[in-house]
Design a protein around this ligand. Structure first.
Ligand code: PEP
Ligand code: MG
Length: 756
């Protein structure tokens, strides 16, 4: 059974285009289950009907023509009930709808299974048989398993069809993702891809076919030489049989056929790397479909070889791509490091197939003020390069090759945003006060040298969180004490008299250093933040010394510790901080200089610490709540996993409850409290936070003016009432709806679209 399943899904994933995939599915299911009919009906949500999209055994002329309303027939019933229906004699069922032209009169036995992706019915797979019979249990489980597996393949392929039919009226179908950085961008897509992965190479055309042919020739030659070298090096160390692998590689590489095929595709006008990918994928498909496991395994060799040629090819032809102004950059998995590298370019938008609104790339995009969408699982990376895009970072929608009507609509939106920003920027120099005059400190979350100057201009009250790991990611090795001191000094200099909270290195989770990879099964539950730096005091001490050295001459440094879970971790951190402080103080004293002991705080992001607040409060000077991780650990949702994204919300009643508890306790303990997670950047949430008692909110630059506007339109007591009102709401939807209504009533609706 497992083998049959593998065979079907493999065949489907290799088929190109939606129709071919559907045809392959019905064909493969008939063969695997030995049934006479297999049909697929897909849901059309615009017209509220199922459409027969593929069949084997029924009249194929009906494909695309026969439809059943969502409430019609057994197929409609399966869609409504979201469960399989199994009938010995289908025509006897009261819901049966007879459609003469499909020619199904003689088929009695019927089994239909819904195809569901992320709670949405995409369609129904039906198998039928002449003899009135009960399908076996394992036939039913086979179909259910297959439908579950096919759901994600189909959800992606449905979208990829957009590229063929993008010239309709108003572009009605979009690629959905997660809004990660608000704003709108209109521009051309540029796919950036990891080198040495043949599957990530986009479709790209060339004007210079001869040059591409030449590049291919020399890449193949270099790979030959590389393989020879490897083979020589391994001789005597591995058996003759293992050595023969290199001969096999050389043979494949030398085969006229393969090279000629790639050349052929280049001559059609494709870039050499694209041509290589197309040819290799075709061969991989053939290998992967083979029954013989040994031969199937050879697909891995072909893939490895292709990646080697690709590496050579890109080495000769790949110059770090110049990203043109107005580009929307698309990648499979945008990392914070990739974004940091791009930060000097004139990128207008970011699209990432993986990741979520609080992945660190998203946070950085917000800091840069670049609209971004993450988690676009259905974005066919290889086909989007060079296409015109509209990126709607408010709603998390990507439009590919949109028509002029849609472009005009979004241009109007862009203009409205520009005007709103301009209007809000007039208040940059005003403090954030509630309507009745209570001061709320608005600070900036920063991480790049370039954004601190921008941050200063927003009229922020300081830096509430400086993520030191981001500059670490831009380097190729751990930065020295002097290099770090320079970075921190620039930051402190920019903010001179204002408080600047520098957080010690917080790597792990989704923040990786190329030169210090941390590979774990559960990275967010593993070696992260303070856990790493306490295990490596040599790294921690260098950073602390650099921070203290940089603080000389500046009075407002604050130090924050990430991911602390226990009192022991805090004690050990404080001991190392004291050691570094004393060392630097003594060294500076020799040249007649001195430094002030900074305020030391804890980032509260692990739920366990909520229960230890009293113990922590007696040892630190302030608490800063990191809601990005706190929500992740409270709700048990990976902050980057789009399957569970609906659970990851700062309006979850449990999250609000814990925040209120923290605020109450901090007040009772008389310890200064701040919030530095993305929640503070949401104008809606900021109202609640102020109402709960948070008076210091730290956020990305782009949100500051909007939060200021929202908070300043309410009296403090109104916000306290608001926090009180939502306390009894049992669902996040109710909380959000209520807040939206309140904002609308105050005429602040525009801020919400233009918020996060
Ligand atoms: C947080 O967890 O809320 C936080 C501010 O830290 P980061 O997003 O860098 O993990
Ligand atoms: Mg965190």
């Amino acid at each position: 059974m497992l083998e049959q399943l593998r065979q079907v899904t493999q065949a489907v994933s290799l088929a190109e285009g939606q129709q071919q995939k559907l045809d392959v599915i019905v064909h493969e299911i008939c063969a695997a289950l030995k049934v006479q009919v297999c049909s697929i009906y897909l849901a059309d949500y615009n017209l509220h009907q199922f459409v027969l999209m593929a069949t084997r055994g029924l009249n194929t002329d009906c494909v695309g023509r026969v439809t059943l309303g969502f409430n019609e027939g057994i197929v409609g019933l399966i869609g409504q009930r979201e469960e399989p229906i199994h009938l010995q004699k289908v025509s006897e069922h009261p819901a049966y709808r007879y459609i003469p032209e499909v020619n199904e009169d003689k088929f009695n036995a019927f089994l239909g299974v819904p195809i569901i992706h992320q709670r949405k019915v995409l369609g129904v797979i039906v198998i039928q048989q002449e003899a009135p019979r009960q399908f076996e249990l394992d036939e039913e489980t086979f179909l259910i398993t297959l439908a579950a597996q096919l759901s994600s393949i189909l959800s992606g392929s449905e979208i990829s069809e957009l590229f063929e039919h993008s010239s309709g009226e108003l572009f009605s179908r979009t690629i959905p993702g997660i809004p990660a950085s608000s704003g709108v961008a209109i521009g051309k897509a540029r796919v950036i891809f990891p080198l040495e992965n043949i599957h990530s190479i986009p479709d790209r055309k060339t004007d210079d076919i001869e040059a591409e042919l030449k590049k291919l020739g020399s890449a193949v030659k270099s790979t030959h030489r590389q393989l020879e070298k490897m083979s020589r090096r391994m001789r005597g160390k591995v058996s003759e049989q293992e050595l023969s692998l290199f001969d096999a590689y050389q043979q494949i590489l030398g085969s006229k056929g393969l090279g000629a095929e790639v050349e052929e595709v280049i001559r059609q006008g494709f870039w050499a790397a694209t041509a290589l990918r197309k040819v290799i994928q075709k061969h991989l498909n053939e290998f992967k479909l083979m029954q013989d496991p040994y031969l199937r395994e050879r697909a891995n060799d072909i893939e490895d070889l292709a990646n080697r040629v690709l590496a050579q090819l890109l080495k000769s032809s790949y110059k770090p791509q110049k990203i043109e102004a107005g580009t929307i950059v698309v990648a499979e998995n945008f990392t914070a490091a990739m974004l940091a590298e791009l930060s000097g370019n004139d990128v207008v938008g970011i699209v990432s197939v993986k990741g979520s609104s609080t992945s660190h790339a998203a946070i950085l995009a917000k800091a840069l003020g670049v609209p971004a969408i993450m988690g676009l699982e259905a974005c066919p990376l290889t086909r989007v390069d060079g296409k015109e895009l509209i990126l709607d970072g408010y709603n998390g929608q990507l439009y590919v090759a949109p028509n002029q009507t849609l472009v005009n609509q979004y241009q109007t939106l862009l203009e409205e945003d520009r005007q709103l920003n301009e209007e809000l920027s007039k208040e940059d120099n005003l403090p954030c006060l509630t309507k009745d005059g209570c001061k709320i400190s608005l600070m900036i979350n920063s991480s790049l040298g370039t954004d601190s100057a921008r941050a200063r201009k927003t009229g922020a009250d300081g830096i509430g969180l400086y993520r030191t790991e981001i500059p670490f990611m831009q380097l190729e090795q751990f930065p020295s004490e002097d290099v770090q001191a320079c970075i921190y000094r620039d930051l402190l200099h920019e903010f001179n008299d204002l408080p600047v909270t520098i957080r010690t290195l917080d790597i792990g989770g989704d923040k990786q250093l190329d030169y210090f990879p941390i590979i774990e099964d559960n990275p967010f539950l593993g070696w992260r933040g303070i856990r790493v730096t306490l295990d490596h005091p040599e790294i921690f001490l260098v950073q602390l010394r650099a921070i203290f050295k940089a603080s000389e001459g500046f009075g407002a440094l604050k130090l924050a510790l990430p991911m602390v879970a226990t009192v022991e971790e805090l004690d050990e951190s404080l001991r190392l901080i004291q050691q570094a402080f004393e060392e630097v103080s003594e060294e500076l004293a020799l040249i007649g200089k001195q430094i002030k002991r900074p305020k030391i705080g804890l980032i509260l992001e692990i739920p366990a610490t909520v229960f230890l607040l009293k113990n922590f409060a007696s040892k630190v000077d302030f608490i800063s709540v990191g809601t990005n991780d706190l929500i992740q650990y409270m709700m048990a949702v990976d902050r980057n996993n789009i399957r569970v994204k609906s659970l990851y919300s700062h309006f979850q009643p449990a999250v609000l409850g814990v925040l209120q508890q923290i605020a109450n306790e901090a007040e009772a303990l008389n310890i200064p409290l701040q919030i530095c997670g993305e929640m503070a950047a949401d104008p809606l949430a900021s109202l609640l936070l102020v109402g709960m008692g948070f008076t210091e909110l730290s956020m990305n630059i782009g949100s500051l003016a909007r939060v200021k506007r929202a908070v300043s339109r309410f009296d403090l007591v109104e916000l306290q009432q608001l926090a009180e009102e939502v306390r009894d709401f049992s669902t996040e939807a109710k909380v959000k709806d209520h807040l939206l209504k309140v904002m609308e009533q105050r005429g602040l609706g525009g801020l919400v679209r233009a918020g996060n």
